[in-house]
Design a binder for this molecule. Structure first.
Ligand code: FES
Length: 165
């Protein structure tokens, strides 16, 4: 028995999703189930994968692969301020690693981590689709480009102040 359980509302949504697929094809609802879990708990935890595995009769390992493949699914909740750094080639040529390192030092975390107080989390993406404005980063889904280590830290300070309100 998993430590995760879908809410009644999400359980009904999942059942409706499963009914969309032919008999015996409940596994096709796996990404939808993971999306519901992410909405419910802010991530797709290992416990959620166990629950989905039981409900859909899909091997846990297959769900784990799906979670690690899709960047939209994280295994831990994001911080209040979630930062996506670009590790694409255009940003790399424009010294994005200096921006990333300065921000990580400011946030006191490494990529893939959420700070213990839940304020900051960070990840790396292959390209944010803003190559002409390299180096770029996303903060809570908002794109910032032509960054320097200093300007990036100022952006984080603004979000930090807003999160404290
Ligand atoms: S390489 Fe960074 S936005 Fe495309």
């Amino acid at each position: 028995m998993s430590a995760f359980a879908f809410t009644e509302e999400n359980r009904k949504k999942l059942e409706a999703l499963i009914r969309r697929y032919p008999e015996g094809r409940a596994a096709s609802a796996a990404t939808g189930a993971m999306y519901l879990a992410a909405e419910q708990e802010g991530c797709v935890s290992d416990a959620a994968l166990e629950a989905i595995s039981e409900i859909l009769s899909v091997p846990y390992s297959r769900l784990w692969e799906l979670r690690s493949f899709y960047g939209a699914f994280r295994d831990k909740p994001a911080g209040k301020v979630h930062v996506s750094f670009c590790r694409g080639i255009c940003c790399g040529m424009k010294k994005a690693d200096g921006v990333r390192d300065a921000c990580l030092a400011y946030m006191n975390i490494r990529t893939g981590e959420t700070r213990a107080d839940g304020l900051f989390s960070a990840e790396e993406k292959d390209c944010l689709g803003a190559c002409s404005d390299a180096p770029a980063m996303l903060v809570n889904g908002t794109l910032y480009g032509r960054l320097t280590p200093e300007s990036a830290k100022e952006i984080l300070k603004k979000y930090e102040a807003e999160a404290a309100c």
